[in-house]
Design a protein around this ligand. Structure first.
Ligand SMILES: Cc1ncc(COP(=O)(O)O)c(C=O)c1O
Length: 371
């Protein structure tokens, strides 16, 4: 074996080794047993639309062909949906890929990017991965603090400000007017990266109406949540055409596979299914709120497909998470940083899954000292 030392890029060489998300599959391998319940990753346990499943099955017979790297038909459909031009739509292998493209397109090494402390970890991961400088702002009352985000952006002359709305991991949301005010308060040349992964679950008045050519804004959406296609890896950005052209310079052109493109198109054509998922998720959130209160815990308000449940302290939240996994084979996650790290985060499952969760949580709490 050659002893030539590896020389990584300065940015990658300086990064610590991390496992950003321990997947449920790793826990199953470790336990040597299947999980009984997988409600930790904000996947949709209501599955994809049957129309999407049929389209994906049909497309899989053509998996020998590359995808259309221009994603023409799907981008046309998305443009119609969002009342913009195809040139304003960029496809990516999940919202995550588009967040990465955004950071890579706008951030040089050492340049500042603002987000909330403990906000969606993958965005921070991309900022670190491309050598940006993360400037974080604490949550205020368990939600993103738009005034503090804008103030931090002005102070450090940020190139990007990231806002997940509705937010992960809190589940909280800001209304449209508040987001427009944040946009107006940003320093010149700063772009708001608005991650709307949970857009389908919002009530009216939450998603701001904006010109897709507004050069202060990049919006990111996904088929992973209400459309139930997390494993297919497909999302999109709505952005000025110049931004979409910039992404074209650097993106993985065949990265949004043929099966996913066909599935997403079919899913867009099944609004009744999505509306039903949204209704079921709302009922599920209400269930979780009741389950939490019955057990003396406090659910945080959510407009997503998960609920953060306050367990009283970080130690207690960790104990609940670990015992649910080890004793009950129930997979959930929890926020990593204060103030939300006193919570567990539970994705909405089907009614039988929610009943199973309630029972498992009851048993786990019965064995723990009171908060
Ligand atoms: C705020 C937010 N953005 C993006 C994603 C990931 O989306 P995708 O599966 O499309 O990469 C998630 C998933 O949990 C999320 O919570």
């Amino acid at each position: 074996m050659s002893a030539t030392p590896l020389r990584f890029s300065r940015v990658v060489g300086a990064l610590p080794s991390i496992v950003p998300f321990v997947p449920p599959e790793a826990f199953e391998r470790e336990m040597g047993a299947a999980l009984r319940l997988r409600i930790g990753a904000n996947e949709s346990n209501f599955g994809p639309s049957p129309k999407a499943v049929a389209a994906m099955s049909a497309a899989s017979a053509h998996a020998n062909w590359y995808c259309d790297p221009e994603g023409h038909v799907l981008r046309e459909a998305l443009a119609r949906r969002h009342d913009c031009r195809r040139d304003n739509i960029a496809l990516g292998a999940g919202a995550d890929a588009l967040l990465g493209l955004t950071v890579r397109s706008f951030i040089d090494v050492g340049e500042p990017v603002v987000m909330s402390t403990g906000g969606y970890a993958t965005f921070a991961f991309h900022v670190n991965g491309f050598g940006g400088k993360l400037v974080t702002v604490p949550y205020r009352g368990d939600r993103n603090d738009p005034m503090a985000l804008a103030a931090a952006a002005r102070k450090c002359s940020a190139r990007l400000v990231y806002l997940a709305n509705p937010d992960n991991p809190s589940g909280s949301w800001l209304d449209a007017a508040t987001q427009l005010k944040l946009l107006a308060d940003l320093p010149k040349g700063c772009i708001l990266v608005l991650d709307e992964a949970y857009a389908d679950f919002t009530r009216p008045g939450i998603l701001p109406e904006c010109d897709p050519e507004d050069t202060r804004l990049i919006r990111v959406r996904t088929f992973s949540k209400a459309h139930g296609m997390a494993g297919a890896r497909i999302g999109y950005a709505i952005a000025p055409a110049e931004v979409v052209r910039a992404f074209d310079k650097i993106r993985d052109h065949f990265g949004v596979n043929r099966v996913a493109q066909e599935g997403a198109l079919a899913s867009l054509g099944d609004p009744g299914f999505i509306a039903d998922v949204v209704r079921q998720v709302e009922a599920g959130r209400q269930d979780y709120e009741r389950i939490a209160r019955d057990l003396g815990l406090v659910p945080l308000p959510s407009m997503t497909n998960f609920v953060a449940i306050d367990c009283g302290s970080n130690a207690r939240a960790k104990a609940v998470l670990t015992r649910l996994r080890e004793r009950e084979r129930v997979f959930i996650r929890m926020p990593g940083l204060p103030p939300l790290d006193r919570c567990i985060r539970v994705s909405v499952g089907t009614p039988p899954e929610r009943a199973l969760f309630a029972e498992a949580l009851r048993r786990v709490l019965a064995d723990l000292p009171a908060a």
